[in-house]
Design a protein around this ligand. Structure first.
Ligand SMILES: [Zn+2]
Length: 255
């Protein structure tokens, strides 16, 4: 009996250590989140361990790329106030994917159209759960989000004076997207920046399919070049940012 209990204890300990290791690898060595104004029109807003982005679209209108974890949207609303704007200024919200820590404040903006790639619409609305090792065991519940329309790979959506280009990059989730807006490339959780200036793939513990994620990221530089889109800044949801396309090209060479 004692031996049996000891083996159970050993298995539990190994599971805890394994999961702990996966967690640690997701966070250790990341470049820290950098709030602030980027390229003169992007306000990077930290919301605890994630970021939302407010993009100036002219004429007192903005778009959001992701909406943070906080359902009260405190950080986003405070940044809008600092820009002398309120919740009505948000004309559109683009979700890099449907995980809960990116859709939190979506229901707070009554005039916004909300967009996600079609494959992540049900996840964003909380009608289905995530498929990653951790997400699979989390309860599924409605998020209060209503996606206005599912996006399609390759489409361009105009909001005020900004044109947003959509790239499907499945892997972190089935409907993960990268968005290019005037030289900034938003990668959500599909990649991150290490504190030595390299692009890292999506962390395994939070992702549906890491092989697919790496393949999607590897393919991006050629797809951007084919669309004649230059990249000045790489913006990630959970880490600091990187300059230029080179870190992404180096990633493609490495993996
Ligand atoms: Zn995610």
């Amino acid at each position: 009996m004692k031996r049996f209990l000891l083996s159970v204890l050993a298995v539990v300990l190994l599971l805890v250590l394994g999961l702990g290791g996966l967690f640690a690898s997701a966070f250790i060595g990341n470049a820290p989140i950098q709030p602030g104004l980027v390229d003169g029109f992007i306000h990077v807003v930290p919301d605890s361990y994630v970021t939302a982005n407010i993009l100036d679209c002219g004429d007192g209108k903005v778009m959001l790329i992701d909406a943070g974890d906080d359902k009260a949207g405190k950080a986003i609303i405070a940044e809008l106030a600092a820009m002398h704007l309120d919740v009505h200024a948000v004309a559109a919200i683009f979700l890099t994917h449907g995980h809960g820590d990116h859709v939190g404040a979506v229901p707070l903006f009554p005039d916004a159209k909300t967009y996600a790639l079609q494959a992540d619409v049900a996840l964003a609305e909380g009608r289905t759960g995530g498929q990653g090792p951790l997400a699979r065991v989390m309860p599924v519940k409605p998020t209060g989000v209503r996606v206005t329309r599912g996006l399609v790979d390759g489409e361009v959506v105009q909001v005020g004076n900004r044109a947003l280009h959509v790239f499907a990059i499945p892997g972190h989730t089935a409907g993960s997207a990268a968005f290019w807006v005037d030289g900034a490339l938003f990668l959500g959780d599909s990649a991150g920046a290490s504190n030595d200036g390299k692009v890292r793939p999506a962390p395994k513990v939070f992702s549906d399919n890491t092989d697919e994620n790496r393949a999607s990221i590897k393919a991006l530089p050629a797809r951007l070049a084919a669309a004649h889109l230059d990249v000045k800044t790489l913006i990630f949801a959970h880490t600091g940012r990187l300059q230029g396309l080179k870190p992404l090209v180096d990633f493609a060479a490495q993996y």
